[in-house]
Design a protein around this ligand. Structure first.
Ligand code: FMN
Length: 390
């Protein structure tokens, strides 16, 4: 433990429109993970960061899909409400943005141009989209036009490119800045890299030199020390953390401490982790309107992450996967030894998805031109999906 008194902040935050993000840390949107129960846990550990909801498909929102609307909900404790939209049809994305503004559903809107999932890129969406600079500009222009009068800052999240021969980040960031976005987040991988290997932080440094809006660096932050290293190596204005906080919401306390210049870190015992799991489960029950089965099913992946590295046998882990309600869950948690210390050796190691793409899927002829032709426009807009989950 260190003396907490006199620390010099390493980085004091960045502006998102008129809103100051005091701790320059973003919970990176993760489909199926960053719903409000998880965000609340993270924000409790690290207040003053930015906690972004998982992506919502614009078409689903416009179609009034109840699952999409569930994802727009926030907990009362979430004072700054941050949503992310995905879509390829500019008119639909604009309509979804207008619904968000008119319904006062968010205080910040992020646009997803980074998803690498085949079902998305094969339709020209996510990380495939910035290749078509006119389409990218059209979407951003329309969304900013809807959000700006309401004082809602718009941001965009991109990858470096499609593969090593088809970089997109420079043109994309120039458009993002030119169209009035408040900041840009760069996941420093190509679509082809998917989640494999290490992200190329030099690309974040390159982007920082190119644009004047805040640049948020993203990729492979597994510990507070990684976050400090990214800022030092790239000059980025903040960091976005995805997989590193899976099963470790307390990472946001470490990040807050690190940026405030403190080396205090959180290292919970298994008993303390069990308390977090139970709290997470109760919040999920609220999220699913009292449905305990849905809550404990959603929790399964989180439990695997929470228990990662602890000496808990396969039999016990399997028993968690068959829990059907909170009582089952409590019984399993009670059977664990609360005294077991946190496996610190694992705390800065990769977790979650870590593989390369087998192949990048794109619409036919996509790479032939940086602009959309009429035929592409027609087939793309028609196939804009309602379900574009990761
Ligand atoms: C399960 C999963 C779901 C994700 N969902 C989204 C999403 O909805 N929107 C988005 O922009 N990025 C999404 N991402 C990407 C992350 O936000 C982040 O950019 C990526 O994981 C790299 O950061 P990391 O190395 O800190 O994990 C997802 C990643 C994972 C692993």
């Amino acid at each position: 433990m260190m003396n907490q008194d006199h620390h010099t902040p390493i980085l004091s935050g960045f502006m998102l429109g008129n809103h100051r993000v005091t701790t320059p840390v973003i919970l990176s949107p993760m489909a199926g993970v960053t719903n409000w129960p998880f965000r609340v846990l993270c924000e409790d550990y690290g207040p003053d960061g930015l906690y972004v909801a998982e992506m919502i498909t614009a078409r689903a929102l416009v179609a009034g899909n109840p699952k999409a609307f569930r994802l727009t909900r926030f907990a009362p404790s979430e004072k700054f409400r941050s949503l992310q939209l995905y879509g390829v049809n500019p008119a639909i994305v604009q309509q979804a943005a207008a619904m968000i503004v008119d319904g006062n559903l968010a205080d910040h809107l992020d646009l997803n141009f980074g998803c690498p999932v085949p079902k998305v890129t094969r339709r020209g969406g996510g990380s495939a989209l910035p290749w078509k600079t006119d389409l990218l500009q059209d979407i951003i222009h329309r969304v900013v036009a809807v959000c700006q009068p309401a004082g809602i800052p718009v941001t965009a999240k991109i990858r470096t490119g499609i593969d090593d021969d088809h970089s997109t980040m420079r043109e994309a960031a120039t458009i993002i800045e030119g169209e009035g976005c408040a900041c840009v987040t760069l996941h420093a991988r190509t679509t082809a890299q998917y989640y494999g290997g290490h992200s190329d932080w030099s690309k974040i440094a390159e982007l920082k030199q190119l644009v004047s809006i805040p640049v948020i660096g993203n990729g492979d932050i597994w510990s507070a020390e990684d976050a400090l290293a990214m800022v030092e190596q790239t000059g980025c204005d903040g960091v976005a953390v995805g997989r590193g906080c899976q099963g470790r919401p307390w990472l946001f306390a470490d990040l807050k401490n690190a940026f405030a210049g403190s080396c205090q870190r959180v290292s919970p015992s298994l008993g303390q982790v069990c308390q977090v799991i139970m709290r997470h489960a109760r919040l999920l029950v609220d999220f699913y309107d009292g449905d305990e089965t849905m809550a404990v099913h959603d929790l399964r992946k989180h439990i695997a992450w929470y228990l990662k590295g602890f000496p808990v046998g396969g039999h016990t882990r399997a028993a968690f996967m068959s829990c059907q309600n909170l009582a089952d869950l409590q019984r399993q948690l009670d059977a664990l030894d609360p005294q077991i210390p946190f496996p610190d050796a694992l705390s800065d190691k990769p977790r979650g998805r870590t593989r390369y793409a087998k192949k990048v899927h794109l619409p036919y002829g996509w790479l032939d031109s940086r602009r959309l032709n009429n035929q592409e426009r027609q087939s793309l807009y028609e196939s804009d999906v309602e379900d574009a989950s990761y």
